[in-house]
Design a protein around this ligand. Sequence first.
Ligand SMILES: *Cc1c(COP(=O)(O)O)cnc(C)c1O
Length: 474
Amino acid sequence: MKYISTRGLSPALSFSEILLGGLAPDGGLYLPETYPQFTDADLTRMRGMQYADLAFAILSRLIDDIPAADLKAIIDKTYRAEVYAYTRPGQNATDITPTLKLENNLYLLCLSNGPTLAFKDMAMQLLGNLFEYVLAKTGKTTNILGATSGDTGSAAEYALRGKKGVRVFMLSPNKKMSRFQTAQMFSLQDENIYNIAVDGVFDDCQDMVKAVSNDAEFKAKYKIGAVNSINWGRIVAQVVYYFKGYFAVTDHNAQHVSFSVPSGNFGNVCAGHIARMMGLPIDKLVVATNENDVLDEFFKTGVYRPRGSANTYHTSSPSMDISKASNFERFIFDLVGRDSSKVRALWATVDVGGAFDIKPLLNKLPDYGFVSGSSNHAHRMQTIRDAHQKYAVTIDTHTADGLKVALEYREVNIPMIVLETALPAKFEDAIVEALGALPSRPAALNGIEALPQRFDLMDFDVTKIKQYIVDKVS
Ligand SMILES: *Cc1c(COP(=O)(O)O)cnc(C)c1O
């Protein structure tokens, strides 16, 4: 299987060749040349598989340049019950992504039982093990540089801590993350993890990362890498749990299900799109946004209008606070019939801060199952209270956005599965506001705020971060 760029001007590469990179050299995103197809007989065989076996059945069709036995070992090491242990009482951690029935034909797919209590662990843990394998094989090293407002940085650090050949330099805005998120990251004592608290906001951190990455000479000399949401390895790992969720709530392959996905950068729901293209019987893919509704606007009007960071709202579902949806180009590539010249033309305006309008293609959207909706703070609070009262389940603010929009698209006899993208313990303040009480927290994480913290403070200064990297690497 070769991977091609959505912009069509970069050579096709194998999985391992794109694993450590980000954008293709032509500015596009990588996608498989063709989507492998799962037949009715395949689905029947996969039904009932344990998570790791299911992951191997899917990923081995997309990754053909890692020997099958090695890939199997990497997957088995990643998807173990001990890694995804923070299940609710009564759930079985060996399911890795257990489903929780809310009522007839309405389910949560619990994706947030990993070490950092958000769905990003599902992909990042695999990426960490793949990185270690590929680096060891090629004798290379990498220095991952990233900016985080919480979820991505912690998931990356827990996936890469202690890994050979990798250092992680993670910038976060000083005193702007929740106490829990700060404690999760800063309490890590691993030597290859560097937490840098920047005197500024998230956008300042991101600007520093961009400035370093734009210095091609520095980037090459110090082997600067990234694990951001456009990484194909992350998308591909996320495809697996759509299959797992489908099998969990159906008993034969003629049944269809819908998924509702709390969305920001379009990475999670893009994996759902790919699962559907591979033959998984998905009826609807519900794109749920918060007040930052650039995706909802597109799916309703055909206009894609990124907002810019000055027009991005800070909301109570902060991991969905995006100005543009970095993975969206992958879907548009399929929507325009994989015509890369069309994608280039559309992004020629987007890349300089503009918008595009493809209204004439709106009638094609039903072929892909996409629908959308948005949610705001009041909706989230109400949805959290409703779920608590009706189903005795506490959900986090992001999952609440997903549930709120899911309820607008339910159909008789089609199970609706809402992806749970974080556990409520991660966003305690919002839960206290909605329910008047703290959410429960996995016992192993009690008191993490009191652990010794390891981080360095830094001004908003590109020279300083470069010097910091130079010092630590040499
Ligand atoms: C990252 C994140 C999202 C958004 O996922 P995308 O793949 O960027 O669309 C939603 N909820 C939570 C809790 C997240 O951490």
